[in-house]
Write a protein that binds this ligand. Structure first.
Ligand code: ACM
Ligand code: ZN
Length: 506
């Protein structure tokens, strides 16, 4: 059987929460072109026959049930986020013609009884907008892609050597100077026009507020990343007093780890970091702020009198402990603003506070170590989660990539609990796919790297204890039709040769 959805089908809200409207508006936006009008929305205390009845109650916050019967549709969410995920599932059941915006009289929704809840609380995607810049609209498309896969965290990598991308009012040179480099350096296209002219861009605070709102309406929290103490060349080029040498910095157009990092001896560095973070917490309501911590060479610190003095004064053993001092000083500042930190797994090296969350990227080892210590962990091991890696070993037929080899089966096989006993597993907050963009300068290329591997990661996040790659493959084949309808570019390695060529739905 089926439920006949028409332009007169009512959406009946049985719970009073204004954020239910986020889901309703987006769903109506999907139907707008097909029906020529939004579905009527009413509030009621009683479910209505023949309506899409929406209510809150009795479930975990992100959990939902979706029952489609010939005489009506019932959606229950543990919170408005759960209701949102129910509508995302409903969206996947709509005919592709509707996603394409074609006119429809009656849309048949197949009878179904679905109960679903995510295994992990943190289900994220990271976009690096520093190595290449993506417009605010591109960023919203990234968020749309997260939302359709029921991911709930957008890790926005906003500062790095090759570009500072967030407007900071107290430090205008960060974007006047630090947001631009002398060329794009997309080595895949050595003679491309962008490679010989200055390249860059940044987001104004208004754009950022708009994006944070856009994400919130999709129940996605934006976690900004402000890198320290390494990956700081763009900041040093803007304000040379922030580095140990105090001069001679440029925003590099080349990739790789840079030796120039923030000086950890100079108090003015910390005034700067606190000034930046003060504006960051005003823009981002997220409980967590990511403060980087990866790939910080210590060579300048070894030679810098101020850094060496700091080691003595603070009775630190070495430069690794100096990095811990740096991170913990930023952490204390943020704690004073009611926020927690996330850092890449290098933050373990000189010792970490009990309250820091570790994002494990050099494989899972750092995450395992942190969980055993009782620190929270987000698993994003490069072995399974680096979506900038090649999708196949036939690299000659692929767009140039940073390297690696990460077929979708490998993403799907991620075990975030690997090496942990039941007690330690509680510290694993979740999983994340990371898209670094050294060799990605166009958003459709980003889509190609994300899809469908991000879908595999989303399934690790939702269905950890109920994974089945063959079943995933079937469902992903129909999800790919939605990618087609929305014009998302995606990789086709996992699909049988002809599966995406013919549209078997109406
Ligand atoms: C990283 O990939 N450097 C976190
Ligand atoms: Zn120094």
């Amino acid at each position: 059987g089926a439920f006949d959805l028409t332009k007169n089908t009512k959406i009946c809200l049985l719970s009073d929460d204004s954020t239910l409207n986020y889901s309703v508006r987006l769903f109506n936006g999907l139907l707008d072109k097909s029906f020529g009008k939004p579905l009527p929305v009413i509030k009621s205390t009683q479910p209505e026959a023949g309506a899409i009845n929406v209510r809150l109650g009795g479930l975990q916050p992100e959990e939902y049930t979706l029952n489609i019967r010939p005489d009506g549709v019932d959606i229950t969410g543990g919170s408005p986020a759960g209701v949102f995920y129910a509508f995302q599932t409903l969206r996947q059941l709509l005919p592709v013609a509707v996603a394409r915006g074609e006119k429809a009289g009656v849309i048949e929704l197949p009878v179904a009884e679905i109960a679903d809840k995510p295994h992990f609380a943190h289900r994220g995607g990271m976009l690096d907008v520093c190595r290449h810049f993506f417009t605010a609209d591109d960023v919203k498309t990234f968020i749309d892609i997260l939302a359709m896969h029921k991911l709930n965290r957008f890790h926005w990598h906003l500062t790095d050597d090759q570009g500072w991308r967030i407007e900071i009012k107290q430090y205008p040179k960060l974007t006047e100077v630090g947001a631009f480099r002398d060329r794009c350096n997309l080595q895949a296209e050595a003679d491309a026009p962008k490679d010989s002219v200055p390249y860059g861009g940044f987001y104004t605070q208004d754009e950022i507020r708009d994006i944070v709102q856009y994400a919130a309406k999709r129940f996605i929290t934006v976690i900004p990343e402000i890198e320290m103490p390494g990956h700081a060349s763009a900041a040093l080029a803007s304000y040379p007093y922030l580095g140990c040498k105090g001069e001679g910095y440029v925003v590099p157009s080349t990739w790789g780890v840079k030796a120039d990092v923030y000086c950890a001896g100079n108090d003015s560095t910390f005034r700067f970091i606190e000034g930046v973070l003060s504006e960051v917490v005003e823009l981002f309501p997220s409980e967590y702020i990511h403060i980087g911590g990866d790939e910080c060479p210590k060579i300048n610190w070894q030679q810098c009198p101020a850094c060496q003095q700091r080691i003595k004064t603070e009775k630190l053993k070495n430069e690794n402990e100096l990095q811990s001092y740096f991170m913990q000083r930023a952490e204390k500042f943020l704690a004073g603003k009611g926020r927690k930190i996330v850092g890449w797994d290098e933050i373990l090296e000189g010792g970490i506070s009990e309250t820091a969350t570790v994002m494990s990227w050099r494989g899972s080892a750092g995450g395992i170590e942190a969980a055993k210590k009782g620190n929270h962990v987000i698993m994003a091991p490069n072995s399974h989660c680096y979506l900038d890696y090649y999708q196949t070993d036939k690299t000659e037929t692929e767009p140039k990539s940073i390297g690696g080899h990460l077929p979708i089966e490998k993403v799907y096989s991620l075990d975030p609990y690997e090496g942990l006993n039941a007690d330690e597993q509680q510290y694993i907050l979740g999983v994340q796919g990371n898209l670094w963009t050294e060799f990605i300068s166009e958003f459709d290329h980003a889509e190609y790297m994300l899809l469908p591997r991000l879908a595999a990661l989303a399934e690790v996040g939702w269905s950890y204890d109920n994974k089945d790659f063959d079943s995933f493959k079937k469902r992903e084949t129909s999800l790919a039709r939605l990618y087609d309808a929305y014009g998302y570019k995606y990789a086709k390695h996992m699909f049988p040769a002809d599966s995406t060529a013919t549209d078997t739905t109406k």
